[in-house]
Design a protein around this ligand. Structure first.
Ligand code: SF4
Length: 223
């Protein structure tokens, strides 16, 4: 069974709750969505057997917080991912999944091999796509078996109504999960600052723990 992998490298986590932690990154090729703000345009991939990639991961020698399985969307290659997660777990690596939070059946099949789930909350007014409310709800219920937090990109078009719907979903499904607001770095900063402050206030009124964290990898010049 071969997996399509766009790149393997080590760096620091550039977003979310574990910002700044040193990780090994395994970037899976291919995605099932097409978000308007996507900056991950993957053009090529290498093919690996799970054992082959595991041996490559073992060559990284630093002390790492975890291995970030990212994409694209790693769950699109669930069978390959599962075999790889089993190998890394057995060797005492921590497994950290970055996901768009839609493929809940696939998540169910691998959840026991994960330590952290960093899930996107895809708001339709941000992505330019339809809503994934039901998929997100089912996904988050499963993800809540592990340490999970959510990230949502906030653009100039993101609406309060969408955010409110997302907050309802978090409250009903994983009350303890923290939501991270990520201002779109391509938008006007002053405008975004106001919007983020308003959105933080809304989250607090709706009793969801929130913080705003920029994506820092571009700013500090790391992958
Ligand atoms: S889910 Fe992530 S990788 Fe896929 S299109 Fe959206 S931003 Fe890009």
């Amino acid at each position: 069974m071969k997996g399509k992998i766009a790149e393997v490298f080590d760096s620091v986590q550039g977003e979310g709750l574990y910002l700044g932690e040193k990780q090994i990154f395994v970037r899976f090729y291919g995605c099932n969505l097409g978000c308007r703000f996507c900056d991950t345009k993957l053009q090529s991939f290498m093919e690996y057997e799970p054992e082959e990639l595991f041996q490559e991961l073992k060559l990284y020698r630093d002390k790492y917080h975890s291995i970030s399985f990212t994409g694209g969307e790693p769950l699109l290659q669930k069978d390959f991912l599962k075999e790889l997660l089993k190998l890394t777990h057995k060797d005492n690596f921590k497994n950290y999944l970055e996901t768009n939070g839609v493929l809940y059946e696939e998540l169910k099949d691998i959840i026991e091999h994960l330590d952290f789930v960093a899930m996107d909350l895809k708001l339709p007014s941000s992505t330019g796509l339809g809503g994934f409310w039901e998929e997100h709800r089912l996904f988050l219920k499963i993800a809540a078996q592990r340490e999970v937090f959510l990230k949502t990109v906030v653009c100039k078009d993101t609406t309060e109504d969408d955010l409110r719907e997302g907050l309802r979903l978090i409250r009903e499904t994983a009350q303890q999960a923290i939501l991270i607001l990520q201002p779109d770095s391509n938008e006007d900063r002053a405008h975004m600052r106001n919007k983020i402050e308003n959105f933080k206030a809304l989250c607090r009124r709706e009793r969801v723990t929130v913080c705003a964290i920029d994506q820092i990898h571009k700013a500090i010049g790391v992958k």
